[in-house]
Design a protein. Structure first.
Lengths: 319, 251
């Protein structure tokens, strides 16, 4: 009885490090095989970082949702609605109102998800599956499938191509979101309550944590992050279209899971999600540079994600 | 000062004519019990006797239909469990209510995490130290305060749950079947921890199905049968036969 359990063994297992090892391995693989195709050029590497910025921000939101034991499948549709809302409002009004519209749309859809999940106790999987389809439809009908140009240069600079002290704004957004996300997730009482809610909702509830409020909050965070991601897309492409965010669902979920966040709650990592997201971006980039056809890229990416998720989950499901 | 010390000598918890009905179904009938600081009272009865309902009434989950609850002589009525908690009543649930993937110290401070000024960031160091000091004091033998609950044995988990209750309870701890899932040696260890709570001047109300355990631990035994309070006996002045016949209603 009361013998020492091998907690030390746990510390040194692969759980936390698999993502970093995988990242390094794939990086080295591409660096060697694609050396002549320009993989290692500063331009290509910085492109990877810039392109993954929206996905990273969505991933941060998803870490909160998953950690609380919920899931958000609707963030891709939120991206499109938020980008279009921002772009449409900016056609007539100021940049400030456009930003407000984009973020507001994200938070509002997150609120709808959250209320249905937290207070009507509908499963988040089904709720967000439904709102994913619903708001994909809304995005299409908003502008009759038309793409809306974003002509505001300040906005395009702030959310897209601009720099501050020589650092691209998308990098700053990514860094800012990761730092704030990490502090809130790991170092605040709110973050601890999110994790506890996902780990054991009953324990959280009897410990005085307002579990429904946490569930509402994480889905609003996920929605808000998707809204910001939508603005970043609109800024970078200087246009908004209903297709934005459409293909991000698998990539972002994979990034988050590979980054060490448990699918069933109670455990997660913002830094891991960042590295996971960069890994997915690097994979995309490498496969394109390899000259694979789009169909082959999809197959290879699917297989690698499957492998990566299998490796990351092997540790977390071990009881 | 005299009034104060008199008050301290009085019972911590007084239940007077507690009655609880769910719709037309009577769960508890006229239950009365006093609990003094440093005293362990066992609540026994067959399944469905109303023990859990009574625990829920004391811990603020259910409000009694009628009757009075007094804490340190003052009548209280809790509208939810967090009010009971802030009045110094802690419950160790049968399922322990621990977050398995989190470290011991985060469980000890679950919902009441310590933060540092000025940014309100978690004071992990402080929580870890307080936890370590407490588990050492209670002799809960765990690898460390930062060990993950999942890596602990059943007895260690029970020890953590009791330590948490001890940390926050200023008056009363309710223990619901604390050793139901444990082996012999772990049960002995947990009983030893429960015994040590006497010295902390806490009142303990324990539900147990093991009469051996009840006789080892308690000062008094209170028997419930189908919501009716059959009687209270001083443990030293009764025996198992009497308690069994009180529980079953068979002479």
């Amino acid at each position: 009885m009361f013998q020492r359990t091998p907690a030390i063994a746990r510390k040194f297992d692969l759980q936390g490090s698999v993502i970093y090892l995988g990242f390094i391995a794939i990086f080295l693989f591409f660096a060697v095989t694609l050396a002549d195709d320009g993989f290692l050029t500063t331009r290509n590497l910085s492109n990877i970082v810039l392109q993954t910025a929206p996905a990273t921000i969505m991933a941060i939101g998803l870490v909160f949702a998953l950690s609380a034991g919920e899931i958000d499948l609707s963030f891709g549709s939120i991206v499109a609605v938020a980008a279009l809302s921002g772009a449409v409002v900016m056609q007539e009004h100021s940049m400030f109102l456009g930003i407000l519209a984009g973020l507001g749309a994200g938070l509002a859809i997150g609120w709808i998800n959250g209320v249905l999940v937290a207070y009507l106790r509908l499963p988040s999987f089904l709720v967000t599956l439904a709102t994913m389809g619903l708001f994909a439809g809304v995005a299409r009908s908003m502008t009759d499938l038309r793409s809306i140009p974003v002509l505001n240069d300040t906005f395009a600079g702030f959310f897209g191509s601009g720099t501050l002290f020589g650092i691209p704004s998308l990098v700053l957004w990514t860094l800012g979101a990761v730092i704030v996300g990490h502090l809130v997730y790991r170092e605040s009482r709110f973050g601890a309550h999110v994790i506890a809610t996902g780990d054991n909702p009953r324990a959280a509830q009897v410990s005085g944590i307002k579990v429904p409020r946490i569930r509402l909050a994480v889905l609003m965070i996920s929605g808000g992050c998707a809204g910001l991601a939508g603005l970043l897309y609109a800024g970078r492409l200087q246009a908004a279209k209903y297709t934005l965010g459409e293909s991000d669902l698998m990539t972002v979920i994979a990034a988050v899971i590979v980054g060490g966040t448990a699918l069933n709650g109670g455990k997660g990592s913002i830094i891991g999600a960042l590295v996971g997201s960069l890994l997915m971006g690097m994979l995309n980039n490498g496969l394109i540079l390899m000259g694979l056809a789009v169909s082959d890229q999809m197959i290879v990416r699917g297989l690698i994600i499957l492998l990566a998720v299998a490796i990351s989950l092997r540790d977390t499901t071990r009881a | 000062m005299t009034a104060h010390s008199e008050k301290e000598a009085g019972p911590v918890l007084e239940l007077e004519n507690i009655h609880k009905a769910f719709g037309g179904v009577v769960a508890i009938e006229n239950f009365s019990l006093d609990l003094k600081a440093g005293e362990i009272v066992a609540l026994v009865g067959d399944n469905g006797a109303g023990k859990s309902t009574l625990i829920k009434i004391i811990s603020g989950v259910h409000a009694p239909t009628s009757g009075t609850i007094r804490l340190d002589g003052e009548a209280v009525s809790f509208s939810d469990a967090s009010q009971a908690r802030s009045s110094g009543i802690e419950v160790v649930y049968q399922d322990l209510a621990l977050a398995d993937q989190q470290p011991v110290y985060m469980n000890l401070f679950l919902g009441r995490e310590k933060v540092r000024k000025p940014f309100g960031l978690l004071d992990r160091q402080g929580m870890m130290q307080e936890t370590q000091a407490l588990v050492d004091e209670l002799d809960v033998r765990i690898p460390s305060a930062s060990a993950t609950i999942r890596d602990l044995s059943g007895g260690q988990r029970q020890g953590v749950a009791i330590a948490r209750a001890t940390h926050w309870a200023s008056k009363l701890i309710l223990l619901d079947e604390p050793t139901a899932a444990l082996g012999v040696a772990e049960t002995a260890k947990v009983e030893q921890i429960v015994q040590s709570l006497r010295e902390r001047n806490l009142a303990i109300l324990i539900i147990s199905h093991s009469l051996d355990q009840v006789f080892r631990l308690s000062d008094r035994i209170c028997v419930l049968r189908r919501g009716v309070q059959i009687g209270i006996r001083e443990t030293a002045k009764t025996d198992k036969n009497e308690i069994v016949s009180m529980i079953t209603g068979l002479a």
